[in-house]
Design a protein around this ligand. Structure first.
Ligand SMILES: [Zn+2]
Length: 312
């Protein structure tokens, strides 16, 4: 029997399940995140999906890895923070779940840190010792590699909270409790609020969208919509300041960008590069800004690598 690993990436809208054999993803499947279900019910579905992917093959499951959107204790496999999309996840004994259903060990890592490790071993960061990964999407996720090791810290938050660093001391209270976070200063909720107060609002096509998202912002700004351009520039500035903070804190060889908005990387990356040249302590030639190579699979490849490391 050949030994195969199951990686599960818990996204905001979908859960990706993949089987990996000797560094290659053999097969994968997406299911809906379905936040109306409890995490326990979601796990029951995942058991069925893994069994179905294994059915009829000569593969035997060797282990399971979770890339989870929250703070997790990598040592004990306990989820430490609540996440609205997966209610009750922090109450479940995941080790017991993996043993009871498959008789295998488990690893769990924060999704951005897992993606960082995936990119380090299989993507844009191969051969590097110092990396920062930033995922730009509904939220801003970050992960950090320093001197060839993923940064975790005492409470497992190190490197993960780039999106919750304060960039506006006069800003709103973020849903995390902190003030003027990168994430709250560029959230679609804040953008919608700013847009509605703008005198240009009624003339802007943004008045026809119910909730402003980055996709509509970038699309409408291409058409010359003044308010869309203004809000897009606000987001770019917030993200660039976030990256400058991360570069100053961790001095990486590369900053790797992922997330749904990377279709506009031709606008985002040159802008951030320009801001680094203008405002950072180093030049943009001292740090490479690059798109992730494994946009879809970095998290799963990351937990696969962590599993090999933890249970070798
Ligand atoms: Zn925050």
């Amino acid at each position: 029997m050949r030994k195969v690993f199951a990686g599960i990436d818990f996204g905001g809208t979908r859960i990706k399940i993949a089987l990996i054999f000797e560094n290659e993803i053999l097969v994968d499947k997406n299911i809906e995140a379905a936040s109306e279900l409890t995490f326990e019910e979601r796990l029951a579905d995942i058991v069925l999906e893994i069994r179905e992917l294994l059915h009829g093959t000569d593969f035997n499951l060797a282990g399971i890895g979770f890339a989870f959107p929250g703070i997790v204790n990598f040592q004990t496999n306990v989820i430490l923070s609540k996440y609205v999309k997966y209610p009750g996840a922090e109450e479940i004994d995941l080790n017991a779940w993996a043993t009871a259903n498959f008789g295998v060990p488990l690893v769990i890592e924060n999704d951005a840190r897992a993606a960082l490790i995936g990119e380090w071993k299989h993507g844009a960061g191969v051969g590097c010792t110092d990396l920062v990964l930033v995922t730009l999407g509904t939220g801003v996720g970050t992960g950090v590699l320093v001197n060839g090791a993923p940064l975790r810290g005492k409470n497992f938050i190190a490197g993960n909270l780039g999106g919750h660093t304060t960039i506006n001391s006069e800003g709103n209270i973020c849903n995390c409790g902190n003030i003027g976070c990168v994430e709250s200063e560029s959230s679609t909720w804040v953008l919608t609020e700013i847009a509605r107060k703008s005198p240009d609002f009624s003339r802007s096509k943004l008045s026809q969208v119910e909730m402003i998202d980055f996709k509509s912002l970038f699309q409408l700004s291409e058409t010359g919509d003044a308010l869309a351009i203004e809000l897009k520039n606000r987001c770019l500035k917030v993200w660039a300041l976030c990256v400058i903070n991360l570069v100053h804190a961790y001095d990486p060889q590369k900053v790797i960008f992922g997330g749904g908005i990377m279709k506009s990387s031709h606008i985002i990356l040159p802008y951030i590069q320009g801001m680094i040249d203008k405002h950072a302590w180093i030049n943009s030639t001292d740090v490479e800004l690059t798109e992730a190579f494994q946009l879809e699979n970095a998290g799963i490849l990351g937990v696969y690598e962590l599993f090999k490391q933890k249970y070798k």
